[in-house]
Design a protein around this ligand. Sequence first.
Ligand code: HEM
Length: 103
Amino acid sequence: MLWLTFTEEVVRYYAPVTMGRRVIGDTEIQSCPVRAGEQVLVTFPAANHDLLAFDDPHEFRIDRAENRHVAFGLGVHRCLGSNLARLEMHIAFHEWVRAFPNF
Ligand code: HEM
């Protein structure tokens, strides 16, 4: 069980992917005006450290039970390979600990 929460916490904490978007219409994001044609950075790592969304977000907890992170994105472009990535990380972390048992 700890392996699963650990893997999820690794992707929440380090969220290695940040995406950009081109704005298609004038609007506001949290009172900040954005105009058509501009670019915005979708900082998934920052969202994963949001104090309003997580308890002690800057703390790495291997047993974090509730972990609704956005490291794999959101909406229609959400990562297609997220479950493969989870499986690969699971295997890689197991192999790491097997190779370095005192880590
Ligand atoms: C830890 C590993 C990974 C992370 C953190 C990650 C993260 C992401 C994120 C944040 C997006 C959304 C991009 C957006 O909003 O435009 C995305 C999209 C995507 N990912 Fe991953 N990814 C991972 C591994 C993988 C793997 C292993 C595959 C496939 C073998 C994969 C395939 C894709 C594809 C095809 C999309 C595009 C989906 C779309 O635009 O409809 N990813 N990924």
